[in-house]
Design a protein around this ligand. Structure first.
Ligand code: ITT
Length: 193
């Protein structure tokens, strides 16, 4: 009953979920264990895309399936990259994309930004449940740190003077969008499993 499939191709996400859920006795499985085809993220919101991802694997495994859609929204870029965070700059590396974002913001007074994480869970009865978390902050003037992944080196969480890539994973989980959404998920799991 405590087995959970994480429907993500992003191994950093698998690692973050393991860190949060395994100490509580959940056994985390990932897509390397099943046959699946990549789902097209055609939704218009983080929640819709998270549901699409979870639904795409639920038939291939007999356990709770969760998926998350997450990303960075930048106020001065009208919320971009938002739901397009994973493919904002085509084939550019994270390092290149982060440099482009810093360049795009060079004349902007407002550097505020926020991460969103929507987690979709499909339970044993096929019912879906959604949990969402947000981490507010701002875009740094230069990338710093090597922990975390993606946009972490250019994101300074509100109230801190370092980027989320300079935080330990425990420090990041305590304040992050994924950490917050996962704690809501945990409340649900504790009540129901
Ligand atoms: P799956 O769809 O297979 O789960 P993905 O990496 O494509 O993996 P998303 O579509 O949710 O995931 O895109 C999220 C992107 O947003 C991710 O690739 C990062 O670039 C960025 N992102 C999300 N959470 C982040 C975090 O905690 N720290 C830094 N960047 C993050």
């Amino acid at each position: 009953m405590k087995d959970i499939m994480i429907a993500t191709g992003n191994l950093n996400k698998v690692k973050e979920y393991k860190e949060i859920l395994e100490p509580l006795g959940f056994v985390i499985h990932d897509l390397s264990e099943i046959n699946h085809t990549d789902v097209e993220e055609t939704g218009t919101t983080f929640s819709e895309n998270a549901l699409l991802k979870a639904e795409s694997v639920v038939k291939s495994c007999k356990m709770i399936c969760i998926a998350d859609d997450s990303g960075l929204s930048i106020t001065a870029l009208d919320g971009a990259p938002g739901i397009y965070s994973a493919r904002f700059m085509g084939d550019k590396t994270n390092t290149e994309t982060n440099a482009v974002i810093i360049e795009m913001l060079k004349d902007k007074a407002d550097r505020s930004a926020w991460f969103t994480c929507a987690i979709a869970l499909i339970d044993h009865e096929g019912e879906s449940h959604l949990f969402e978390g947000i981490m507010e902050g701002s875009i740094a003037f230069e990338p710093k740190g090597s922990n975390g992944f993606g946009y972490d080196p250019i994101f300074i969480p509100k109230g801190l003077d370092k980027t989320s890539a300079e935080l330990t994973s425990a420090e990041k989980n305590a304040i992050s969008h994924r950490g917050k959404a996962t704690r809501l998920l945990l409340e649900y799991l504790k009540e129901n499993y």
